[in-house]
Design a binder for this molecule. Structure first.
Ligand SMILES: [Zn+2]
Ligand SMILES: [Zn+2]
Length: 179
């Protein structure tokens, strides 16, 4: 049966130094401080299904996390919300086995591991840096600021987009050849 963890500190006293032993756990807890420029984790519980497995070097944590993020579209600035999920696989090194060499991010403290930094890091890396409300969001007009998802503005029709100019040239040349 899965152990239910009420805080984010997990005792590994029963499995430490017993390679192959493991404990499955589920937790549902908000994780604070997860945010990037246009995204932040909502203060609803993050659902995590994790396995803590004793290995030679310490405790290996594997499993999956799921939370909900409040996002702002990078093109049209509309707020929206999205489920984010990520698989975790991180080692908590046992300082008694080898002195921490600086590369090891997570370390067993006594007989406990603090899951919070691992959860926070994994979720932060999953937040999109360039969230889009939908893949084909048309964004805002750079000139008048109108949301182009709600209809085009008059600036678009008045200007020829310089990005299309080479295509116009190509079309003209192809036209010459086929004539
Ligand atoms: Zn958008
Ligand atoms: Zn415009």
């Amino acid at each position: 049966m899965d152990a239910r963890v009420d805080n984010l500190t997990l005792s590994v006293a029963e499995i430490l130094d017993r390679p192959g032993e493991y404990r499955d756990l589920r937790l549902a807890r908000p994780v604070e401080g997860v945010a990037t420029g246009l995204a932040r984790l909502e203060p609803v519980p993050v659902e995590a299904v994790l396995r803590a497995e004793s290995v030679m070097e310490g405790i290996l944590i594997t499993g999956s996390l799921e939370g909900r993020a409040a996002l702002e579209c990078a093109r049209c600035l509309t707020p929206f919300s999205s489920v984010i999920s990520v698989d975790a696989c991180e080692l908590y090194a046992d300082p008694a086995k080898a002195p921490p060499d600086g590369d090891e991010v997570y370390v067993i403290e006594g007989l406990d591991i603090d899951l919070e930094p691992m959860l926070r890091d994994a979720l932060t890396l999953t937040l999109p840096l360039h969230p889009l409300c939908r893949a084909d969001c048309r964004g805002l007009c750079a000139r008048c600021g109108r949301d182009l998802n709600k209809g085009s503005c008059s600036c678009v029709e008045a200007d020829t987009d310089p990005r299309w100019a080479p295509l116009g040239d190509l079309r003209a040349r192809l036209g010459e050849k086929t004539q």
